[in-house]
Structure formats: structure tokens, C-alpha cells
Ligand binder design. Structure first.
Ligand code: NAD
Length: 299
């Protein structure tokens, strides 16, 4: 498989597509927002004007879209006369959805794909924009063995760890569990740093202490939410770029949906979800999710 069509060139999709180019794949791209295509165009991707054009000649389609409704539109058609990928591509084409969405949509799209003799995997990622840029993403894949094997060399050009979580939808479920924990850890990290600052501690000193102590976690170590503690993270760049708060709310809401389905108890995840809902209602949807720190600073 050498020609990849990439749909959704946002904060994550752009650096992922650039790594495919670096690995020698021919990459064709489409995003409904033309501005999003600038970076990949400069790096040598061929830019298509429509979804119909981008899939021509591609033996693999990758999507990196915000939510389930965008994934349904792109694969199944938008209900406004535009055909979806499943109708547009040749049999045996490999479809890889890297977006984080509900497992039910992943299963529905996979069923339609199978009926059209296509291979589909749900393959959400972890590692953030930094991981996408460095090609060190973790892929959490759901799908049949054969499709997983086909996807492996392509995912390997964009990531370091590739897990086969189980059947279709299991990739999404693994990712939802991870992000439920991430939301809780980010909220807890913001809370602890703010408590320290308000009681006379320097946030850099406090961060160094916790990094060598039992409260150590990813949000603190690699994504410190307090401005000025760490370079090259969204908190030191006005919370621009990164992983938008509205996407974290979406993921925590997916956790709540799954818990409702399985009748599981998720008090911590529910609380984190409510914190992000409140934070977003205050106009912070487009800011990186570490901006929750400002919620604590402003209380
Ligand atoms: P983003 O909003 O920056 O990018 C999404 C892109 O999809 C946009 O450029 C948008 O124009 C495009 N798009 C939407 N609908 C489209 C359509 N119908 N046709 C073509 N293009 C369309 O989002 P992102 O941060 O890149 O996240 C993408 C997915 O990855 C989300 O599901 C998110 O939860 C997940 N994710 C993000 C991060 C992160 O750190 N940003 C990390 C892991 C997973």
C-alpha cells in the first residue's frame, strides 16, 4: 500500500500526514477547511478539492475527524447528495478511522464497509500533537486480524506503539477509558498546582517535587497546565493548539454514554465531565484542555 488519502488535517491530522510523506507514501489530502491544508501542501501532499477526488487511486483512506457525525458523513455520505468513501472506493481498499468517536458508529461504518468488500479498523490515537509530530503516537486498534495486519505498516509510520485491542469498536473503547483517566488526571493536576500556588509554593518547584513523588502523571510531566512551567506546551502558548476543551468534553461524554450502557459507576469521570462542560460554557471550547487550570485560578 503506497497511496494514502488523508481526510481531516487539523491539529492531529496534519502532522500525521507529514510523517506518512516522510516515510515515502504518496499522500493525497482533503479537508473542508482549506487553511488546514497549508502545512501538508508545503510538505508535498497533493491537495484535492473534494472527497470524491481525494480517494482516486488510493489503496488506503485515513480519517482524523472531530466527532462521530463527521465520520458518518465522510464514510456513509452526508445526506445532502454527497457520496461517502464507502461508495467511492474500489473493493479491498483499507479504511482506517483515527478519530475518537462512539464505538456504535465505528461498528455501523465497519458493517457497511464489510458489505462493500472493504477492510475497516477503528484506530484512535493517544500522544497528543507532540506525539503526532514526533511519530510516537499510540494506536489503539479494533478490527479483524487481517485488517489489523494491513494497517500495521501504515500506522507504524506515524506511531511507536500499536495495540490490537480486540474486535471493531474495542479501539474506541480503549481510547475512551484512557481519556476518562486523562480528564481526571488533568483536573487533579490543575487542582494540586493551584492549591500549592495559593499557599506560597512556586509552581516549577512544586511540579519538580510531584514529578519525583507518588502524584506523578502524564499531565504534570509532559503537559504541565500552569503557564511558564514548561516550554513547548499549550499552557505556555496561551492554550492555543493541542487538544481542544470541546474535544475533551466529547470524550468524557463518550465515557458517560458507555457507563450508562454497561451500568458502570464513574463518579470521577462524571465530575471531570461536568468541570469541562462548565469550562466550555464559559467560552473556552477552542482552548487546549489544560486551560482548565484557569478555572481554578479564577474561582
Ligand atoms: P481538529 O478540529 O483540529 O481537526 C479536525 C479536522 O477535520 C478539521 O481541520 C476540520 O476542518 C476537518 N473536518 C471536519 N469535518 C470534515 C469533513 N466532513 N470533511 C473533511 N474534513 C473535515 O481536531 P484534532 O485535534 O485534530 O482531533 C481530531 C480527532 O483526534 C478528534 O476525534 C480528537 O478527539 C482526536 N484526538 C485529538 C488529540 C489532540 O491532542 N488534538 C489527541 C488524540 C486524539
Amino acid at each position: 500500500m503506497r497511496t494514502v488519502a488523508f481526510v481531516g488535517l487539523g491539529n492531529m491530522g496534519s502532522p500525521m500526514a507529514v510523517n506518512l510523506l516522510k516515510a515515502g507514501f504518496k499522500v493525497q489530502v482533503f479537508d473542508r477547511n482549506e487553511q488546514a491544508l497549508q502545512l501538508v501542501k508545503e510538505q508535498g501532499a497533493s491537495v484535492a478539492k473534494t472527497l470524491t477526488d481525494v480517494v482516486v487511486g488510493a489503496d488506503c483512506i485515513i480519517t482524523m475527524l472531530p466527532e462521530g457525525r463527521h465520520v458518518r458523513d465522510v464514510y456513509l455520505g452526508d445526506g445532502e447528495g454527497h457520496q461517502g468513501v464507502i461508495e467511492l472506493v474500489a473493493p479491498t481498499t483499507l479504511l482506517i478511522d483515527c478519530s475518537t468517536i462512539d464505538p456504535a458508529t465505528a461498528r455501523h461504518v465497519a458493517q457497511q464497509a464489510k458489505a462493500n468488500h472493504l477492510y475497516f479498523v477503528d484506530s484512535p490515537v493517544s500522544g497528543g500533537v507532540a506525539g503526532a509530530q514526533a511519530a510516537t503516537l499510540t494506536f489503539i486498534v479494533g478490527g479483524e486480524d487481517h485488517a489489523f495486519k494491513l494497517a500495521n505498516p501504515i500506522l507504524g509510520a506515524m506511531g511507536k506503539n500499536i495495540f490490537h485491542a480486540g474486535e471493531i469498536g474495542c479501539g474506541q473503547m480503549g481510547k475512551i477509558c484512557n481519556n476518562l483517566l486523562l480528564g481526571v488526571l488533568m483536573a487533579g493536576t490543575c487542582e494540586a498546582l493551584n492549591l500549592g500556588i495559593e499557599n506560597g509554593l512556586d509552581p516549577k518547584v512544586l511540579s519538580n517535587i510531584i514529578m519525583q513523588s507518588s502524584g506523578r502523571n502524564w499531565a504534570l510531566e509532559l503537559y504541565n497546565p500552569c503557564p511558564g512551567v514548561m516550554d513547548n506546551v499549550p499552557s505556555s502558548n496561551g492554550y492555543q493548539g493541542g487538544f481542544m476543551s470541546k474535544l475533551m468534553l466529547k470524550d468524557l461524554s463518550l465515557g458517560l454514554e458507555a457507563a450508562t450502557h454497561s451500568q458502570s459507576s464513574i463518579p470521577m469521570g462524571s465530575l471531570a465531565r461536568n468541570l469541562y462542560a462548565f469550562h466550555n460554557q464559559n467560552g473556552n471550547q477552542e482552548l487546549d484542555f489544560s486551560s482548565l487550570f484557569e478555572f481554578y485560578r479564577n474561582v
